[in-house]
Write a protein of this length. Structure first.
Length: 158
């Protein structure tokens, strides 16, 4: 029996799905029976976008008006996350690898941590709409999945 393929989800996949703007890829990943993963950086970016997009105020204004709880309940942020596996905290190797990746690819910190966590976890597939991952994926042996057609060509469910 073949093990399911592990795919790391960048926040762009979850955020766009949540907004309803790009849903095809996450739907296809779910249908492929791949094991989907995210980390604390993706969680933070996702929650940040939900708060700012749906709260339509600055985070500080939402906090001062005590609207964060109400907004998170109203937007049901947990249901989508329950369909994806959470990877644990970063360790020292992820920290040093993140810094190396930032230097090598001009990554911003969050993207470097996401990429380093993906590599350290032995995950060979990264789903993202972020073009900053194209060259690092090519050079570091990670397959970037940025659309459902590419996923179908990879045939991860076979």
């Amino acid at each position: 029996m073949v093990s399911p393929v592990k795919v790391f989800l960048d926040s762009s996949i979850i955020v766009e799905y949540r907004k309803g703007t790009k849903t095809e890829l996450l739907d296809a990943l779910t249908e492929s029976k791949s094991l989907l993963f995210y980390n604390q950086i993706v969680l933070s970016e996702y929650l940040f976008v939900v708060l700012t997009h749906y709260g339509q105020k600055s985070l500080r204004s939402l906090q001062e008006s005590k609207k964060i709880r109400e907004l998170l309940v109203q937007q049901d942020v947990e249901t989508l996350l329950k369909t994806v596996n959470f990877l644990g905290e970063a360790n020292e190797s992820i920290i040093s690898e993140s810094i190396r990746l930032m230097k090598a690819y001009n990554f911003l910190p969050n993207d470097a941590i996401i990429f380093a966590h993906c590599k350290a976890s032995g995950i060979k597939y990264l789903a993202s709409y972020d073009s900053d991952f194209v060259i690092p994926c090519q050079k570091e042996g990670i397959v970037l999945i940025d659309n459902a057609e590419k996923l179908r060509k990879l045939a991860l469910n076979d």
